[in-house]
Design a protein around this ligand. Structure first.
Ligand code: PA5
Length: 469
């Protein structure tokens, strides 16, 4: 079976004229060339022209570069150091990830076990020897924060592995208030749990931050033994292949080499494959043309099964924050089906004709099929014996086919992004596909996809309210 991600353009493609598609091809080629030229520009040391600032094209070659460095320097490479630090997960059974950019844990679907399995399973062995994962510092919610702090500090014996916890704090700028406030609160509780002068208060904290900033200063002053960088030239939402995504993934036992290899292979496909066989260019082209020619300015990422929700939320952030500028940019909306067929399906079938639906379909589940049991005829009041013992994957497949047929019958365009299965290699491909497609679209419509100047306005107002002018 192929391990490649495939983007299937039909039936959305049939909503476009071939002349429109042909006219787009040279523009797509130009956007690809510009995207790749930006990699050279960033590394050349030449001055970045004002129109190109900020330029965060560092994410494009990062996966291949990290793997090459590991090949050369082994344990002394950045990946080697991250893996060694991640091994310290054996010292904790709860791992807290603080950060805004890291709030949707996009690597989650690569795990062998589902989120439910990890959260509910009290046995560490049954969880695959990985700690439970918690998120914080991505919002300002008193009850949620108080609840998590309470869980962490309620034990009496912190020598017992089941009660031991550690954390990573992630902020490139080091100035994000939500994360900074949480970090101060969680540091306090860490001292309460282990003792203010214990080795745990530094050893069980891993800051991940830019080369300069408040978090970098605080981390250096405190003397945390491991501090991982978020390099210049890689922006927050594009930083999944820095320690931001890789370190939590390694703590959870994910094969980060496979994740990076998937991303590196997608970059290579993007660089070399012609339009028509290039998932990045084909996806960008279909989305762009359907918006421009048919007014489909809402992009529904229709994920099937429940494991890709966080991935979809990250993509919402990526597209919205990158392209939503200068009064342009499609609206990304992630849905999780079949759940959301019961909430949004009506609108997708009969609402305003402004939506392109991209299905995200996983061919093979990670666990053995769960079949619907047959029961004696006198207990078949729910009439499910008609399913004849079919398993969940067959039910989901019927839902996907039935929904797409219903959309096709009323001329609602759909396309499919097909994962052979969910693992580190396919998730790596998908993350890079979407990051590259977002940048190519920005270049296509003359929007700088990097940076998020509009977000500053609320931050400044909030600062004035809190600290005064
Ligand atoms: O994409 C971006 O740059 C933003 O969404 C940031 O990730 C987010 O604002 C968090 O910033 P920081 O990592 O500096 O705390």
């Amino acid at each position: 079976m192929s391990t490649q991600l495939e983007y299937q353009v039909e039936p959305a493609f049939s909503h476009l004229s071939s002349s429109d598609w042909d006219a787009l091809k040279p523009r797509l080629e130009a956007a690809r060339s510009e995207t790749l030229a930006d990699v050279e520009l960033l590394t050349s040391g030449a001055a970045i022209p004002p129109a190109k600032q900020p330029l965060d094209s560092g994410f494009i070659m990062l996966p291949a570069n990290l793997l090459a460095e590991q090949e050369k320097s082994g344990a002394a490479s950045l990946l080697g150091e991250m893996k060694a630090t991640a091994e310290k997960r054996s010292a904790v059974d709860r791992f807290v990830v603080l950060g805004i950019g890291a709030l949707t844990w996009v690597c989650g679907p690569c795990l062998k076990h589902s989120a439910t399995h990890i959260t509910m399973s009290s046995s560490r062995a049954a969880r695959g020897d990985i700690p439970r994962l918690y998120f914080g510092g991505n919002n300002i919610d008193n009850d949620d924060t108080a609840g998590l702090l309470e869980v962490l500090k309620s034990a009496s014996n912190y020598a017992d592995l089941a009660n031991r916890w550690g954390m990573t704090v992630i902020s490139k700028s080091g100035g994000t208030l939500e994360t900074a406030v949480a970090f101060r609160l969680f540091r306090d509780v860490l001292e309460e749990c282990y003792g203010a002068s214990s080795k745990e208060v530094t050893e069980l904290v891993v800051p991940i931050t830019g080369e300069t900033g408040k978090l970098r200063d605080l981390s250096n002053a405190t003397g945390y033994p491991a501090i991982f960088p978020i390099p210049d030239g890689v922006g927050g939402r594009f930083s999944v292949f820095t320690a931001v995504g890789l370190f939590p993934a390694a703590v959870m036992g994910i094969d980060i080499d496979a994740l990076l290899q998937g991303a590196a292979d997608m970059t290579e496909r993007f660089r070399t494959a012609p339009i028509g066989e290039n998932p990045v260019l084909d996806y960008t082209g279909i989305c762009h043309l359907l918006e421009e020619k048919k007014g489909l300015s809402t992009r529904i990422l229709s994920t099937w099964g429940s494991r890709l929700e966080a991935f979809g939320l990250w993509y919402d952030q990526l597209l919205a924050e990158s392209i939503g500028k200068e009064e342009k940019g499609a609206l990304p909306v992630t849905v999780v089906n079949t759940r959301d067929l019961h909430s949004r399906g009506q609108q997708h079938q009969e609402g305003v004709r402004d939506k392109l639906i991209t299905n995200v379909i996983v061919k093979e589940s990670s666990t053995s099929p769960v079949a619907v049991p047959k029961v004696a005829a006198d207990r078949d009041q729910d009439q499910l014996n008609r399913l004849n013992g079919k398993a969940m994957p067959e039910l989901l497949d019927a839902a996907i086919k039935g929904t797409n047929k219903a959309y096709a019958e009323v001329n609602r365009p759909t396309a499919d992004l097909v994962f052979p299965k969910l693992d580190a290699y396919t998730i790596g491909q998908a993350l890079q596909l979407f990051m590259l497609a977002t940048v190519v679209e920005g270049r296509l419509i003359g929007i700088n996809p990097y940076g998020q100047p509009g977000v500053e306005a609320y931050k400044q107002n909030m600062g004035e309210i809190l600290y005064g002018k």
